[in-house]
Design a protein around this ligand. Structure first.
Ligand SMILES: [Zn+2]
Length: 282
């Protein structure tokens, strides 16, 4: 149960220049995970630097700004650049799911139209599964944080990470802190949070290099196929980047089972014709 109980504390007295500033914060739902235990689930007062913004204070308290969807300051929705004044009461909310916030200002007025991702170096399994679902996902196990930030900026990619410091970087406007530890659960978490089911195009991207797959004649790839596969399958796809060949083998069926368990994904998986199979081969 979420409630929007912004209070209407009076604006601070401008004459009190020089006096220390204190503001009260209350974080909601899973944002509490980022807080020190004694600050979870309750309002608490903290000293704020002069000229501190909402973003500055929220991150100073440990919460990456990319996790925040709505800030109410004395009951009014405000942006990340709002200066904090003495006596302010700040309520901070995460991304909303089944909750209508349209009358209120959301922090990002222009959501990304297409969901493209860059995953940090520890999320290779998740990157692989997102590619399987047809989401353009950059991943390299040696990628540096500044490179992730650059790619996020240049390509308007959503950063996926379990490193909250990465999400605090200035260039990262869209990001998601991934809580789950195992890739299948991580995939489910990303699907639920970003409502991806309708955008999924399973088996359209190469799991190895993230390039598009295209149908290919069996005759054209026959020399690359193990004899058992050549005897058993008729439909093949090839990666337009690395030329790996895919078919609907056992790996494909396992992935299919995983897709069917995702929220709303059954419809998505039935959507476009999926010409591509799974198991990669040279
Ligand atoms: Zn490829």
């Amino acid at each position: 149960m979420r409630t929007l109980t912004g209070s209407s504390a009076p604006r601070p007295d401008e004459s009190r220049q020089g006096a220390p500033i204190h503001a009260a914060f209350r974080f909601y739902e899973e944002l509490n995970d980022f807080l020190a235990p004694e600050r979870r689930g309750r309002e608490f007062s903290v000293p704020c630097a002069r000229a501190a913004t909402t973003k500055h204070m929220i991150e100073a308290l440990g919460v990456p700004h990319t996790e925040v969807e709505l800030i109410l300051l004395n009951g009014e929705s405000v942006g990340f650049d709002r200066l904090i004044a003495d006596g302010d009461r700040v309520a901070v909310y995460p991304a909303f799911e089944a909750f209508d916030v349209t009358p209120l200002l959301r922090l990002r007025e222009q959501p990304l139209r297409s969901c493209r991702f860059v995953a940090d170096a520890h999320l290779g399994g998740l990157a692989h599964l997102l590619r399987m679902m047809g989401f353009d996902t950059l991943y390299d196990n040696a990628i540096a944080d500044h490179e992730i930030e650059r790619l996020a900026c240049a390509d308007h990619r959503i950063v996926l990470t379990r490193d909250r410091e990465l999400l605090k970087r200035r260039g990262v406007t869209h990001g998601m802190y991934v809580r789950a530890l195992r890739p299948p659960m991580q995939l489910r978490e990303v699907f639920e949070r970003l409502d991806l089911a309708r955008s999924a195009r399973p088996f359209t991207l190469c799991l190895h290099c993230n390039a598009r797959l295209a149908p290919v004649d069996k005759a054209a790839v026959l020399p690359q196929l193990p004899p058992r596969v050549a005897a058993q399958f008729e439909r093949f796809s090839a990666c337009q980047g690395c030329a790996r060949v895919y078919w609907e083998g056992s790996h494909w069926r396992r992935m299919r089972g995983l897709i069917d368990q995702l929220p709303g994904a059954a419809a998505a998986a039935d959507g476009p014709p999926t010409q591509a199979g799974q198991r990669a081969s040279r």
